[in-house]
Ligand binder design. Structure first.
Ligand SMILES: Nc1ncnc2c1ncn2[C@@H]1O[C@H](COP(=O)(O)OP(=O)(O)OP(=O)(O)O)[C@@H](O)[C@H]1O
Ligand SMILES: [Mg+2]
Length: 300
């Protein structure tokens, strides 16, 4: 099929101390240009692994990823990643953190003046134009996250990959960030894959919600098309029966999956617990790895 982003029957097996661990089994998804996709599923099922394969930070054991007819084999500026915890360089100002990425991507195609204006434009998009000279430790968590998003947007990636981007924020800041992301996406028509644990966030932002089964050997369980007109308004939607129907579908999916887990023997339950703590480690490792890759490719 001729799609913009083709996640083509990917499976991945990791070697572990207790033998090979098949984390993903036959995950297959075609994403259209401009589509907003959310990935949702229980902790440790393999959501970050999917994202990291699309980012080129991990290679699938079977299958592969094709973006605009080009196979993904390594990280690249056409796929910007936004992590749950921001990854700004602490010694650079807000402006310089974004400018560095802009210089990397547009060194040859934009003049110095254009790069300056482009940096300001993207910081304005996330309402950070007032804090250009501040260092990351002089701004709040939500502001850091916004700078991270501005940096990702400024690279004009074909795909934005967001791993629980608002997970660490308080609910008010999270609400603001969701609204700005909706505005930005409406304006720029970005293709986005976002991992979230927040059902309302998923329904509010997405065109489709991909619900993953529990691991090991996780795969796509169900796909929910969110057929709500855009722009969406959270207050109006709160009373909208269609919105509440979608919300209930996701909760039902997660709850039913969870029930099958808790019904299982406690030994299996404890293996799930150890898997999810392992997944945190793996997340940290992936994050470290991507920092190294970003630095090596001069993406900062
Ligand atoms: N490099 C690795 N080596 C071994 N196992 C790994 C590796 N990376 C991930 N895993 C395992 O793959 C599984 C899925 O991890 P992943 O981080 O993708 O889960 P997740 O769905 O993002 O979870 P969470 O919601 O907690 O972030 C976990 O069991 C994890 O331990
Ligand atoms: Mg994860």
């Amino acid at each position: 099929m001729n799609s913009y982003l083709d996640i083509d029957h990917i499976s991945i097996t990791f070697p572990t101390d207790s033998g090979p661990l098949n984390v993903l089994n036959n995950v297959d998804l075609n994403v259209a240009k401009g589509e907003f996709i959310s990935l949702i599923g229980h902790s440790g099922c393999g959501k970050s692994t999917v994202l990291n394969i699309v980012a080129g930070l991990l290679n699938a054991t079977e299958g592969g990823v094709v973006l605009e007819e080009k196979e993904v084999t390594e990280p690249g500026p056409d796929r910007a990643v936004v992590f749950q915890h921001h990854s700004l360089l602490p010694w650079l100002s807000v402006y310089d953190n974004v400018r560095l990425a802009v210089d990397q991507v547009f060194k040859r195609t934009k003049s110095k003046k254009e790069r300056h204006e482009w940096t300001l434009h993207n910081l304005d998009l996330v309402h950070m134009g007032h804090a250009l000279d501040r260092k990351p430790d002089e701004i709040s968590g939500g502001m850091k996250q916004r700078v991270g998003i501005a940096r990702a947007l400024a690279m004009e990636p074909k795909v934005m990959l967001m791993d629980e981007p608002f997970g660490a924020l308080d609910s008010l800041t999270r609400t603001h960030m969701q609204d700005s992301l909706m505005e930005i996406q409406a304006e720029l028509n970005n293709t986005v894959i976002m991992i979230t644990h927040d059902v309302d966030e998923a329904v509010l932002l997405s065109d489709r919600i991909i619900m993953m089964t529990n691991g090991p050997s996780a795969t796509i369980g169900e796909i929910l098309n969110i057929d709500l007109p855009k722009p969406r308004n959270r207050l109006e939607l709160a009373e909208d029966p269609a919105y509440n129907h979608y919300r209930a579908e996701v909760v039902k999916f997660l709850h039913e999956r969870h029930q099958t887990l808790t019904k299982d023997e406690s030994s299996e339950k404890s293996s799930v617990v150890s898997l999810s703590s392992k997944s945190r480690q793996a997340d940290d490792e992936n994050q470290k790895k991507s920092e190294v890759v970003k630095k090596a490719s001069g993406e900062y």
